[in-house]
Design a protein around this ligand. Sequence first.
Ligand code: PMP
Length: 354
Amino acid sequence: MKKHNFSAGPCILPQEVLLKASEAVQDYNGSGLSLIEMSHRSKEFVEIMENARSLALELLGLEGKGYKALFLQGGASMEFVRVAYNLLETKAGYLNTGTWANNAIKEAKFFGEVVEVASSKNENYNHIPKIFGVPNDLDYLHVTSNNTIYGTQMKTFPKVNVPLVCDMSSDIFSKQIDFSQFDLIYAGAQKNMGPAGTELVVIKEDILGKVTRKIPSILDYQVSIAKESMFNTPAVFPIYVSMLTLEWLKGIGGISVIEEINNKKAQLLYSEIDLNPLFKGYANIEDRSTMNATFSITDEKLKPAFDAAWKEAGISGINGHRSIGGYRASMYNALTLESVGVLVDVMSEMERKA
Ligand code: PMP
């Protein structure tokens, strides 16, 4: 039986995507070759890469606006390094909203001065700082749109007159925002896009080429753009699955359609967390993520019974991250409202029996 998969990432993908991907592993489009046996320079794969890159820009509404999309390797963590390597000449600003933002800060410090414009570290990242100043001599400001571990999400972004860089690993393609307010967006594939092994980077080209340092080719965004995202052998299978997921998203009507479903899922789960006295939300209400709902059980004695009940219901992946404990239900694009309903039923049944 297929599980209700609430995993934080790698995570659930649309069933039809898994089916097409598994067919392609056997035989890609009747070519007599598996997708993963083919040259990345083949006509077939070049087409996949081009399609994936243009679908990403199309879905984000960034076509014809001076942006390039790349599928690179090394994960979002590699982009912590590439961003600073390519953009940080003297000083960059970072908004510290969690472990991943903190990791991005650590890497940037190898390249220049880092100003933490604000931090929610003292409250163990249970909210997004809202009021802070941004010096106007920064090379860029870096923010994290969704904090996967804590379940907080930025609902608005600072208006700044320096380039704005955003780690969107855990909420890209989940809700409609004006993506053109960002100069660089990156996201690991393994949440709303595909399997682990590639990350999407969307860059406004005119912010590049401004640092004086020499950049090794594999880390240089300008080289990747010139080589059409094929400076070296790309992650063919993760990119193909990402393309299929982006096609799926386009097919159901794009980001605005999935956003409505995501909002319904989040409303359903958060209202249960708020109304059911056995559970307590972690993140401040106004900053709650529609992707990752973090909560705990108010009476630890009930934990074994709750754990047994959700496992029995076919639910998987709701244990919280080790750094905050409790539970985390991740509701990425491919998770259905019905799956959230199953979790909510288990929670309300716990209350009824308690
Ligand atoms: N940023 C965010 C917001 C994340 O959730 C993660 C991983 N969960 C990362 C960065 C790191 O991604 P990767 O493992 O692809 O390096």
